[in-house]
Design a binder for this molecule. Structure first.
Ligand code: PLP
Length: 359
């Protein structure tokens, strides 16, 4: 429960750009809403909370985020319900994960009320940017960067926390093919794989490009210790259905605890669908696909929600899964999650928070 109120200075745009944008058609992550929220961290405290028109800002090339990677981020979405309301999904969980990332990266934690009030005030102003299309959403990107103007590897003294937002359509237009990767690794024990640090993504781009050059959309990362166990996909956790049981890699310090993963697990358990969170050997999945016991494979994450996997590539061979139309579990759980967000069925887990009208 938030009790204190954060003093947020608000400077509204003179003219909204919304009338010149078709929010149901924009490419992912390229068009931003009218405003952004900013908080500064100086002299050991968060201060100067403000919402200002979205704009480019001046930065110093000596800023430590650019050199030493003290940069973390989050990703969450607001949805337009059938009755026109705009709701945000599990935002508090993103705040908690942001702070987990902050601790690991030696950055200051952000108070809950700064995150939540900054977000909700921003959304109040910009909620009309939320697409009305069935698969549309407003993608929200909170992030924290080290802003001290100083070169030298050390913990920065200054930071900014910022929230920007962009209308988005379906992340993947079609089911995807993925490649199991066991030459490059995303994460090691004792590393930063369990947090959302910018460096985790920079390091993944080259292996992802190699996979894309071979016709795969995403990588399935494996554990760096043995290369035998599946961990997660580029920006999604991963799940399989084997003999009517949902199997997903257990959480560990080498993979990100996805909020969509948690939501799907909770919905499955509510329906008495068995879920196993455990180590998932590559061999078990590929053999299961060949023998017909593994019938579904899918990625789960905020950007894509559920991304059905058509085939898994490994050592020069593609292991092809049954067609998406035949998949009972991933398709019904995907629909259930969408129906909750759209307000078509009850939000039993209280995942949604309504964005109020701006006054
Ligand atoms: C590496 C990684 N794994 C998993 C996920 C899925 O997490 P979430 O469902 O919270 O979006 C993401 C996306 O944030 C990610 O970047």
């Amino acid at each position: 429960m938030i009790t204190s109120s954060v003093p947020i200075r608000i400077e509204k745009v003179k003219h909204s750009r919304l009338s010149s944008v078709n929010v149901n058609e924009v490419p992912f992550g390229k068009v931003f809403t009218d405003h952004m929220f900013i908080a500064d961290y100086k002299n050991g405290e968060w201060c100067d909370f403000r919402i200002i028109p979205y704009q480019r800002v001046e930065i110093s090339y000596a800023m430590s985020a650019l050199h030493y990677g003290q940069a973390i981020f989050e990703g969450l979405k607001a949805y337009r319900q059938d009755n026109g309301d705009v709701v945000v999904f599990r935002a508090r969980d993103n705040w908690k994960r942001l702070n987990k990332s902050a601790v690991r990266m030696a950055m200051p934690e952000l108070p809950e009320e700064v995150f939540m009030q900054g977000l909700m005030e921003l959304l109040k102003l910009d909620k009309e940017w939320t697409p009305t299309s069935e698969n549309g959403s407003l993608y929200i990107r909170p992030f924290m960067i080290a802003t001290e103007e100083a070169i030298g590897v050390k913990i920065s003294d200054e930071y900014q926390f910022v929230i920007i937002a962009a209308p988005a359509g379906a992340y993947y237009k079609e089911p995807i093919k993925v490649l199991i990767q066991n030459t490059f690794y995303r994460s090691v024990k004792g590393g930063i794989g369990y947090v959302k640090a910018a460096g985790n993504y920079g390091r993944s781009l080259y292996p992802a490009k190699l996979a894309q050059d071979k016709g795969y959309r995403q990588i399935l990362w494996t554990d760096a210790e043995t290369g035998r166990y599946i961990e997660e996909a580029g920006t999604m956790n991963v799940m399989f259905v084997k003999n009517d049981v949902i199997i997903t890699p257990e959480l560990s310090e080498t993979l990100l605890a996805g909020i969509t993963r948690d939501s799907i697990i909770k919905l499955a358990k509510e329906k008495n669908i068995p879920v196993e969170e455990r180590k998932v050997p590559i061999e078990e999945i590929l053999k299961g696909i060949e023998e017909g016991s593994v019938t579904e494979a899918f990625g789960v994450g905020t950007a894509a929600t559920v991304a059905h996997i058509t085939a898994i590539g490994y050592e020069g061979r593609d292991y092809v899964l049954p067609p998406v139309e035949k998949r009972r579990y991933s398709t019904s759980l995907e629909k259930e999650l969408r129906d909750i967000r759209k307000g078509r069925i009850p939000d039993n887990f209280q995942w949604l928070m309504k964005v109020e009208d701006a006054v």
